[in-house]
Design a protein around this ligand. Sequence first.
Ligand SMILES: Nc1ncnc2c1ncn2[C@@H]1O[C@H](COP(=O)(O)OP(=O)(O)OP(=O)(O)O)[C@@H](O)[C@H]1O
Ligand SMILES: [Mg+2]
Length: 463
Amino acid sequence: MMNKISVLILDDERQFTEELEEFFRNRGFDPSIANSGEEGLALLKQKKVDLLILDVRLPGISGLDVLKEVKLRYPSMEVIVVSAHGDMDTVISAMRLGALDYLRKPFRQLDIRIAIERTRKFIHLQQRLKQIEEKSSLITKALEERIERNLIGVSEEIRKVLGMAMTAAKFPDTHVLITGESGTGKENIARIIHFASDRKDNLLYAVNSSSVPESLIESEFFGHKKGSFTGAASDKKGFFEICDHGTLFFDEIADMPMNMQSKVLRAIEEKQITRVGDTEPVRTDFRIISATNHDLDQMVTEKKFRLDLFHRLNTLHIYIPPLRERPDDIAPLLHHFASEFSKKINRPAPAIEKGVVPLLMQYDFPGNIRELKNLVERAVILSFGGTLCVSDFPLKPKRERPKGAALPKQTLIDAEIDMIKSALHELGFNQKVTAAQLGISRDALIRKMKKFGITIIRTDQTD
Ligand SMILES: Nc1ncnc2c1ncn2[C@@H]1O[C@H](COP(=O)(O)OP(=O)(O)OP(=O)(O)O)[C@@H](O)[C@H]1O
Ligand SMILES: [Mg+2]
């Protein structure tokens, strides 16, 4: 609902002002009247007026001076000047000073109706625009606040990640690759980069190519022309065009099919795309942030990912270390999630038993922050608003990793290889069971085996 438009009719002819007042009232405006420049300016100090109907021939302060004053003090107020016949010079001056329109006296009802309708539309548009601007600046503000609240962590590692993200934000045309295990916060960082960059007022669009059906993938990415295939009922923009001046977030980039990889590479290099079924290319200005928890280097070696695309996407690389390598972040994250969830279900933030943080710091969090978040949510629900206890956190059993033990005599990678080898051996080389035992997915196990060159040698195959 728009507010009633308020109008001030400023003319020294009383009869004229009264007639106009009635005219405006009948049309749903909120009119008031003044019969001199002084009176009008005084009234404007007390009342917000959207539209001023101003006679340019006034005794005392002249109409043009009133107009100047109004434009200076109330720049958003619209003014229609009223002039006598043969006073074109004054009208021209008034228009130059910013009047929206003019009416000539004596005027016909029809003229004024048309002028008022036009003005009404104009003012409504202005009001609407203002509402939208206010709303969008509120949204931006809310988002910025959310971002601040959403990156929790005190460790050296997470600070480095944030520092890199801020650098990425300063270079809005540089493509960024974010890597890290599942649940480490890759999408979170992508959002932070977008909303801290010059592209923040345009779209951040997340695309996971494995969730787009193969048959639609090209048209989803590049758009299509009406009739270019069955089902293409109208012209459609693809992701690259939707994200013009914004950010395209390619989640799990490793899943992108090979044929799309070459098309995406071309789009990046040419900064333009051609819709399916079209011949004319369209320019589009996007930044790509991609994320993966796969080892893209390895995939390139295995020819599952294009080297040239990898180089393009990887201009800036941000690696987010797993949570177990930055245990200092566990306590702040725990407190943050505990208070967030409690708030959500209208409970006061719970107290946290002393043993909880040490317990979590011992744990290796294969699911990283997402796992911690889920654990805390569950504990908050179970605690019924009381205290979060050690027993509210049923952690998966994990390998011993004693704190303060003697310095390791082998590297982490060696230890990992040993652990994988011995687990495989112990469990009869059953990959599924071994993966479960090691607390990783079967895919991750296979990847690691490939990476470390661990081959399965069954006794029946040797010698
Ligand atoms: N530093 C952080 N502070 C607060 N919340 C975080 C932080 N990092 C991640 N989260 C939260 O953890 C959850 C997982 O993060 P996100 O989805 O960004 O991980 P991801 O790396 O993209 O995971 P996946 O590889 O599974 O897609 C989200 O709910 C996110 O808001
Ligand atoms: Mg993700």
